[in-house]
Write a protein that binds this ligand. Structure first.
Ligand code: TXA
Ligand code: MG
Length: 345
């Protein structure tokens, strides 16, 4: 299959072309404000099956349905979820996915057999134009091969999906660079995956909000994942990733020592550094992620950096930070990419 890439400079034209493919039961990759999505007609189980094949995704891992308008969410849920209106009024369109009991129109392939469905309204004009033109909710996971870092540019999507899908809509780099916050409203409101809509922002509306234990730790043996996606290897580049969490200077000293050990073994290490720690690395090879004062910039660079370094380094040594605000989303992705190989200073 030939994979075409078209720019979304004219969102209507891109949407018309993409929607025709979606309605024919085929896949279209499209930009969102978080990461690129790999879309199919979300009401057509056979079309949704193709997503799992193209990504190599385990079929017990459910998908998010994307809508163009808030009202379109309600027919996907069995009843109106508690707190949904306040959350949608505050955060939609935007990087917040809401999970609640599914309605009968949602195919089993989307929910992987669960009785709940995840829904979100993206804050990206090209994405919403595509969904509106398709006239159906669009099922879309991140547009990477299963296990790889999520794509934040059309180029990343092409690296993983060339020859596997007919069309990629190129809307340039994604604003946030990490996937949406996933919040379950079935039972006690619980964050299953942290994102740019933070625990603190949600607590301002919900009062209490719980965090799934698997956000910062691997699932222990026998523990059931609140979100099936949590049990799989994730965001893993080919290089080995190691994380050291601590203040800038001590973290840099420890990472420098690790760097020298790997270099002495003939490995090709590179340090994913913050601006605060940069002066302590001397002449060692570093790639700048951003500043600790603004974890949102660290989030937006992380996946792109993991892909870039993959060709140049076989060990990526990364600084970990605190988990306040969007620091939680950053650490969740970083620790998963490292397979939880982490030292806390
Ligand atoms: O920002 C995003 O959310 C991107 C863009 C494309 O919208 N999408 C995305 O989809 O990240 P995906 O499939 O890569 O991640 C969806 C996560 C998975 O961890 C999945 O297990 C979880 O949401 N999920 C989906 N439906 C669920 C459900 N009914 N119950 C629990 N977890 C669910
Ligand atoms: Mg994904």
């Amino acid at each position: 299959m030939i994979t075409s890439v078209i720019k979304t400079t004219d969102p209507t034209q891109a949407a018309t072309q993409g929607a025709a493919i979606l309605r024919a039961g085929e896949l279209v990759a499209f930009p969102t404000e978080t990461v690129y999505g790999l879309g199919a007609n979300g009401l057509d189980g056979q079309a949704v099956d193709r997503i799992f094949v193209a990504k190599g995704r385990p079929n017990d891992n459910p998908l998010i349905l994307h809508v163009a308008e808030k009202v379109d969410a309600f027919r996907l849920w069995a009843t109106e979820p508690p707190h949904a209106r306040a959350l949608m009024d505050t955060f939609w369109p935007g990087p917040l996915t809401l999970i609640y009991y599914r309605s009968a129109i949602v195919p089993d392939q989307v929910t992987a057999g669960l009785d709940t469905v995840a829904v979100r309204m993206p804050d990206n004009a090209a994405a919403r134009a595509l969904i509106a033109a398709a006239g159906v909710p669009v099922a879309a996971p991140s547009a990477n091969l299963s296990g790889k870092p999520s794509p934040t540019t059309a180029e990343h999507v092409l690296q993983d999906m060339d020859g596997r899908i007919p069309l990629i809509l190129d809307g340039g780099p994604c604003r946030y660079g990490v996937e949406s916050t996933v919040l379950s409203l079935a039972g006690t409101p619980t964050i299953l995956r942290p994102g740019a809509v933070t625990k603190e922002m949600l607590a301002a509306i919900l009062g209490e909000v719980a965090l799934a234990p698997s956000i910062l730790a691997p699932l222990s043996a026998g523990e059931k994942a609140a979100s099936p996606g949590m049990k799989y290897k994730h965001y893993a580049p080919n290089a080995q990733v190691l994380v050291v969490v601590g203040e800038a200077e001590p973290a840099a000293r420890r990472l420098s020592a690790l760097y020298d050990e790997f270099a002495a073994q003939g490995r090709r290490p590179c340090i994913a550094a913050t601006a605060e720690a940069l002066p302590f690395y001397g002449r060692r090879r570093t790639a700048l992620l951003g500043t600790r004062r603004d974890p949102t910039t660290l989030c937006s660079r992380l996946f792109a950096l993991l892909r870039e370094l993959d060709t140049e380094a076989d060990v990526i040594l990364a600084e970990g930070i605190g988990t306040e605000g969007t620091g939680l989303a950053f650490m969740n992705r970083l620790l998963r990419s490292a397979g939880f190989r982490v030292e806390y200073l």
